[in-house]
Design a protein around this ligand. Structure first.
Ligand SMILES: Cc1cc2nc3c(=O)[nH]c(=O)nc-3n(C[C@H](O)[C@H](O)[C@H](O)COP(=O)(O)OP(=O)(O)OC[C@H]3O[C@@H](n4cnc5c(N)ncnc54)[C@H](O)[C@@H]3O)c2cc1C
Ligand code: FES
Length: 246
């Protein structure tokens, strides 16, 4: 059980918790459940570890439904139960250039990693977003990171965004590793261009989850060889060549 403090706006919140005694790698996540929920909602909710420092564990949360609304309205001194770190995170080859593809809340797992990376000048970030840029913590990333953002206000804009993604992935492919996180349509487009360009890429997939620990089969995802894998224990980060994204 951990105390908590909030920051941010009504729909985009930064939750700061007392730092737990474990270390985590970027892309790992926690399951979180306020004690006040009782039996309703029944299931905890998964969130990426945004940043972990000696002072705090930080989650970056968009309010989208019942659980996140209830979480947002919880009193600052209320208690939540959290377990983690869960799943397999990104492998970060620090000597190689990185191209990060983040769509909306897909920025969350990269914040702490970008802030502590020993060579931020080797990181390129392409950020796709539907809502205003002011909601996302891009400004706090190191200035040496080459950042590019693209606003997608209509579904048709995904076509333009896809063109830019294709170009960036094709140009970057021979140089380093691509890391991606975002909504499924974003990941599908990214995966298509990654495969076309024969790039090395890892994708973090945010399927719906109930238990978060491999006990319920609520989060299965199909692989190219026809296997069904549980995202919570085999992922959420997978090799881009492994998955069939539906
Ligand atoms: C590994 C992992 C990491 C995540 N990291 C973050 C994070 O850092 N920040 C963040 O804000 N969210 C993150 N999410 C998504 C977050 O878990 C959901 O938004 C949250 O559980 C919604 O709970 P709710 O009760 O408010 O919404 P619900 O009332 O359950 O659903 C509201 C709407 O959101 C959709 N939804 C719910 N869960 C998901 C999901 N997993 N993927 C896509 N759509 C969903 C539902 O289909 C519905 O339309 C992550 C999910 C996973 C699996
Ligand atoms: S969420 Fe239960 S098995 Fe993955």
């Amino acid at each position: 059980m951990l105390g908590m403090a909030w920051a941010g706006s009504r729909d985009f919140v930064h939750l700061y918790l007392e730092p737990p005694g474990w270390e985590a790698s970027p892309g790992q996540f926690v399951m979180l459940r306020p004690s006040a929920w009782g039996f309703d909602p029944l299931w905890p909710r998964p969130f990426s570890i945004c940043e972990k420092t000696p002072e705090y564990l930080r989650l970056f949360i968009q309010v989208v439904g019942r659980g996140t609304s209830l979480l947002r309205s919880a009193a600052p001194d209320s208690e939540i139960v959290l377990w983690g770190p869960l799943g397999k995170g990104f492998r970060i080859p620090v000597q190689h250039p990185l191209l990060i593809l983040a769509g909306g809340m897909g920025i969350a797992p990269f914040v702490g990693m970008c802030k502590t990376h020993p060579h931020p000048e080797r990181i390129n970030l392409l950020f796709g977003h539907r809502l205003g840029l002011e909601h996302y913590p891009l400004d706090e990333l190191p200035g040496k990171i080459r950042k590019e953002s693209m606003h997608q206000s209509t579904p048709e804009d995904l076509v333009d965004f896809s063109g830019v993604l294709q170009e960036r992935i094709r140009d970057f492919a021979p140089r380093g590793e691509i890391l991606a996180c975002g909504p499924m349509p974003f990941l599908r487009v990214g995966q298509r261009h990654v495969l076309e360009s024969n790039a090395r890429a890892q994708l973090s997939v945010e399927t719906r989850m109930a238990c978060g620990v491999g006990a319920c089969l609520g989060c299965v995802i199909k692989t190219r060889n026809g296997e069904m894998l549980q995202t919570c224990v085999h992922g959420p980060v997978f090799d881009a060549r492994e998955l069939v994204l539906q």
